[in-house]
Design a protein around this ligand. Structure first.
Ligand code: COA
Ligand code: ZN
Length: 309
């Protein structure tokens, strides 16, 4: 098995996954301030919002207004979530150039989330991914509930790997496996990584999306790192979850991930002190204390023993 990568990509999902499950509505201007702080902290891939039904996710119903105002630069990618061709049309009109489609490993969850079975979703994504690829957009595909389904329980890892391979075959640049309800443990991550790699999907095209619902997210990241996975999702402030997954609260906090990677000496380009500013800003706007461990305790400089951030 490969060794830990020297550098990893941190894929920030706070403005999307983080905010979609918060009961407090955040103003578009505050979302833009938050995103500006994330960019200032060094994040280069920020999932900005979703072009889904405003009835399904009212928190992100300002997507058409938000995306044209994003602080664009050649170094920053702002993928947006798109469930269907209608969403792609809206994303294109708003000036997006990177998308994420999303299905899951279980029919019960996929039906509740996007009103389709997994097979139906793969068929629906075919034209979406083809159109995006023709425009030379970057594309990602999520497989949610990859470690367990809130409605039907155990998920077969071989099924997850098969869906990942199908999404790769549809042209997705990256496949991201999501532990939507935060039930996974490191041995499952290792099994899944092995099965996915066996399908021929390169480690450079695999990402993991962990929720810390039961405190296993960083252990799971470690299992991914040890097998050479190079991209991990996280949400600054540890906000969020999926409204269609009961008990899914709590994405892995970006500041907790950054602290671990700094300690391991793995490069990622994000500066913890500046990131904590972004975390404090968004938790202030949501009116609640920071959920992250590092947000509560602060960082720590191993050379001086002094607090950081
Ligand atoms: N953007 C905006 N509105 C859309 C849309 C899109 N991309 N796609 C469909 N809609 C509208 C339809 O016009 C319809 O509106 P109406 O009720 O006012 O007539 C409504 O959404 C329902 O669409 P329909 O085609 O009947 O499908 P559905 O009810 O099965 O919903 C989705 C399908 C995909 C649109 C909906 O389930 C959805 O937006 N899910 C997103 C869930 C999500 O983001 N979860 C979090 C990520 S983990
Ligand atoms: Zn999530």
């Amino acid at each position: 098995m490969p060794h830990e990568p020297r550098t990893v990509r941190i894929y920030e999902v706070g403005p999307r996954d983080g905010l979609q499950n918060e009961s407090v509505a955040v103003a578009t201007a505050d979302k833009l301030t938050f995103i500006g702080l994330l960019v200032a902290a060094g994040l280069r891939e920020i999932e900005a919002t979703s072009f889904v039904s405003p009835r399904a996710i009212p928190q992100l119903s300002d997507a058409d207004a938000l995306v044209p105002q994003l602080p664009r630069s050649a170094r920053t990618r702002y993928p947006v979530l798109v469930p269907n061709e209608r969403g792609l049309d809206r994303a294109e009109a708003a000036g997006a150039d990177a998308i994420a489609v999303f299905t899951a490993a279980s029919d019960a969850f996929t039906r509740r989330n996007i009103g389709m079975t997994v097979d139906e979703s793969l068929a629906a994504f075919r034209p979406v991914l083809r159109r995006a690829t023709n425009r030379r957009w970057w594309t990602r595909a999520y497989v949610s509930t990859a470690f367990g389904c809130p409605f039907t329980g155990r998920v077969e890892p071989a099924r997850v790997a098969a869906i990942a391979a199908a999404l790769r075959d549809l042209g997705a640049d990256e496949v991201c496996l999501g532990d939507t309800i935060g039930v996974g443990v490191p041995s499952q991550v290792r099994d899944l990584t092995g099965l996915v790699v066996e399908t021929g999907l390169g480690l450079d095209r695999l990402a993991y999306h962990f929720h810390d619902t039961r405190g296993t997210a960083l252990a799971n990241v470690m299992a991914g790192l040890e097998d050479g996975v190079g991209c991990f999702d996280a949400s600054t402030g540890g906000t969020g979850g999926c409204p269609y997954a009961p008990g899914a609260a709590g994405n892995l906090a970006t500041e907790d991930l950054v602290y671990l990677l700094d300690g391991l000496g793995i490069e990622h380009g994000v500066q913890l002190t500046a990131l904590l500013e972004a975390a404090r800003f968004i938790s202030g706007r949501l009116g609640r204390p920071l959920a992250s461990k590092v947000g509560q305790a602060g960082g720590w400089d191993p050379r001086t023993g002094s607090p950081v951030g």
